[in-house]
Design a protein around this ligand. Structure first.
Ligand SMILES: O=c1cc[nH]c(=O)[nH]1
Length: 221
């Protein structure tokens, strides 16, 4: 039997207006190729890591475009003045373990000394409720903008729990930018319903999430 062809879809207006919340990486043929390799079950693990790191880098670079910058003037080697920009201090990353850790290096490659916190959330074996097992953040996280890294968002339950924890540490919803590779319309809807000020930066909104991501990237079961 021919497998169903998965069509790319995005959230349509009938599903709600998420235009203020979703930031889409610009879909070029290059980005589509990276997504295709990551979805292809025939992709070897080493190719998977290589292509995932490339897509992560694109999402991270776009995430940095969302941060605040300030005007500055520098002097060039010829002694002239150049009016430029430098980033405003006060950002940090937070990865949702374990798959979010795959995005840490991409962030560090762009921001060498950025602080990165971590949250571990797992489903309770009996109740299936998302439970926080570990959370460690920079002490002044309530004053920072947070790049919250999680590559695959399916139901949105883990993301909702992670944002709850950040809010308990004083982080404002409008200071959080989710960095994501693949998310489902359902996940987006449930997260935005709870956090209407949130920004989610993604490369693809699609009904089928590549849930094998973490296992294949880290080579675990
Ligand atoms: O926090 C930031 C943001 C942009 N660039 C950096 O090096 N750090």
């Amino acid at each position: 039997m021919e497998p169903d062809v998965i069509q790319t879809s995005t959230l349509n207006n009938a599903e709600g207006d998420f235009s203020r919340n979703i930031i889409h990486v610009r879909i070029t043929d290059q980005i589509k190729e990276l997504q295709t390799v990551l979805r292809d079950r025939a992709t070897s693990r080493s190719d998977f890591i290589f292509y995932a790191d490339r897509l992560i880098r694109q999402v991270v670079e776009e995430g940095l475009n969302q941060l605040p910058y300030q005007k500055c003037i520098v002097t060039t080697p010829t002694g002239s003045q150049y009016e430029g920009l430098h980033y405003e201090k006060g950002n940090c990353g937070v990865s949702i373990m374990r798959s979010g850790e795959a995005m840490e290096q991409g962030l560090r490659d762009c921001c060498r000394s950025i602080r990165i916190g971590k949250i571990l959330i797992q489903s309770d074996e009996d109740t299936h409720e998302a439970k926080v097992y570990y959370a460690k953040f920079p002490p002044d996280i309530n004053k920072r903008k947070v790049l919250l890294m999680y590559p695959i968002m399916s139901t949105g339950n883990t993301m909702i729990k992670a944002i709850d924890v950040l809010q308990q540490h004083g982080v404002k919803e409008e200071n959080i930018i989710v960095l994501n590779l693949f998310c489902t319309p359902q996940g987006v809807k449930s997260v935005i319903k709870k956090f209407p000020q949130l920004k989610i930066l993604t490369s693809e909104v699609h009904p089928v999430a590549p849930n094998h991501f973490g296992q294949k990237y880290f080579g675990t079961d």
